[in-house]
Design a protein around this ligand. Structure first.
Ligand SMILES: NC(=O)c1ccc[n+]([C@@H]2O[C@H](COP(=O)([O-])OP(=O)(O)OC[C@H]3O[C@@H](n4cnc5c(N)ncnc54)[C@H](O)[C@@H]3O)[C@@H](O)[C@H]2O)c1
Length: 458
């Protein structure tokens, strides 16, 4: 099939490249001229394992091309995907300016039946907004043209984007007509390797499925983080709790790792946007609002442990391992590291930071005072008063702890991702604070005096 993808960012580039890999002809469009120029030379704008090679291979084959000319792409394609960003606006709503612009461009240039496929994460009702915009542009041109609108949300995970796109768990297709539904089903039969289950539904339901998925993942993370904080108070071990509940087939083990909260380009903004969409419909999302609030607090939990242990941070040097919001990506959007670094800077600490992929992004994102970046994890840790682990990159798990102990001024590790066992780190001579697995010696007694008189049944 001939496919145009408008918006060649994380989602657009991965989607377009994978469609080309599956032998479709793809033209990717972006308004960013530098990005398109670089892509034509095989330089990709993001860090995503395997993507650069796949872009090059498919570009060389002639099936994957790049342009800034949206008219050319719309003329060329039967399916026009919109994969532009939907960032948060000042009220935490999804900002639809880019989506509306692309709908307008489609309406301006469509010249025969085509399908407008919305891949961006958009609030329920956006399909109707796009349809209206496209109709208006067509009628302004005094034409009568047939087109369809499809909602086809994306579920890829950064760091695993190619595999997720070629082998998705499911494909969600929201349409109004059987013509569009059949075309989309045909596309995914030939654009995926694992014959995924296709959930065909109406446009509004498809739009809700995307937000509901992210809200569910966020809720699981906040749920386990809240339990981790409780474990610290009462002497439980959150990892064993996660294992114990995750083995229940009704619950399952994934997204039950305690840590310093979720970040990234999707969960935080989508959770907040869903809460706002609820308000627009006079609906209050109690569970999802709590997940969001817990996450905001969780991002500061390691900082609080640091202050409690070290006292004032002026004149202290703090090492940071991991800046991206998770491993295998350079994406720092809403990363917990941003919250923590800002607090450290405000308190006057000097920071030495290392990340295997995100330093360039960090240099553009983080204010430059009191922070230096290093080339290795060891260099970051050298002569520091504490080490904060903020991302669970594999490289950190392989560091020689005995050597690390020699390098640091004060052997204190605060592990926000629970990448080590307490035994291993303490054996190397460190004081080790992590999430939800403190030793019983650190726990407090129940404050509720009434509790003492109750019969406790074990
Ligand atoms: N990144 C993810 O992991 C992920 C996963 C699932 C869904 N999503 C959703 O997919 C959408 C895109 O996300 P992303 O991370 O790829 O965004 P991104 O910011 O990486 O990319 C968006 C691209 O669109 C381009 N653009 C903006 N306006 C344009 C226009 N009028 N014409 C052509 N190009 C234009 C920008 O220059 C940019 O390159 C968002 O709605 C996001 O929530 C993202």
């Amino acid at each position: 099939m001939k496919i145009a993808v408008i918006g060649t960012g994380y989602v657009g580039l991965t989607t377009g490249t994978c469609f080309a890999e599956m032998k479709h002809e793809v033209l990717c469009v972006d308004i960013d001229q530098k990005k398109i120029k670089n892509l034509k030379k095989g330089i990709i704008p993001i860090y995503e394992p395997g993507l650069e090679e796949l872009v090059k291979k498919n570009h060389d084959s002639g099936r994957l091309n790049f342009t800034t000319d949206a008219k050319k792409a719309i003329d060329f394609a039967e399916l026009v995907f919109s994969a532009v960003g939907t960032p948060q606006d000042k009220d935490h709503r999804a900002d639809l300016q880019f989506v509306k612009e692309v709908a307008g461009t489609f309406g301006k240039y469509i010249n025969s039946y085509k399908i407008f496929v919305n891949k961006s994460t958009v609030p329920v009702g956006t399909g109707d907004i796009c349809e209206k915009i496209i109709r208006k542009h067509i009628s302004d041109r005094s034409l009568t043209l047939d087109f369809d609108i499809v909602s086809n949300p994306e579920f890829l995970r950064e760091g695993n984007a190619i595999n997720d796109t070629l082998n998705p768990d499911r494909i969600v297709i929201g349409t109004k007509t059987s013509r569009a539904k059949e075309k989309m089903e045909e596309l995914y039969r030939t654009a995926t390797k694992n014959s995924p289950t296709i959930v065909s539904t109406n446009i509004r339901t498809a739009e809700i499925i995307k937000y509901a998925s992210n809200a569910m993942l966020a809720t699981r993370i906040s749920f386990i983080n809240e339990l981790a904080n409780f474990c610290e108070k009462c002497g439980g071990n959150i990892e064993t709790v996660s294992k114990g509940i995750g083995l229940d087939k009704r619950i399952g083990p994934r997204f039950l790792n305690a840590g310093i909260g979720y970040g990234g380009s999707c969960l935080p903004k989508d959770v907040k946007a869903l809460i706002q969409t609820g308000r627009d419909y006079d609906f209050d999302f109690h569970v999802i609002k709590s997940a969001d609030e817990i996450n905001e607090k969780q991002k500061s939990i390691l900082f609080q442990k640091l202050i409690t242990t070290l006292g004032p941070l002026e004149e202290k040097t703090i090492a940071i391992w991991g800046l991206s919001f998770k491993q295998n990506t350079d994406d720092m959007r809403e990363a917990p590291s941003l919250t923590i670094i800002k607090k450290l800077q405000t308190e006057g600490a000097h920071i030495k930071a290392f990340d295997p992929a995100a330093i360039e992004t960090a240099q553009k994102t983080i204010e430059s005072f009191n922070i230096t970046y290093t080339n290795t994890p060891e260099e970051a840790a050298k002569n520091t008063d504490a080490l904060l682990i903020l991302t669970d990159w594999e490289i950190f798990k392989k560091v020689d702890l005995k050597n690390l102990h020699k390098l640091m001024k004060n052997p204190l590790i605060l592990d926000g991702r629970n990448i080590f066992t307490s035994e291993k780190v303490e054996k190397a001579g460190f004081t080790y604070l992590c999430i939800g697995r403190q030793n019983l010696k650190h726990t407090s007694k129940p404050k509720n005096r009434h509790y003492k008189n109750k019969t406790v049944i074990h």
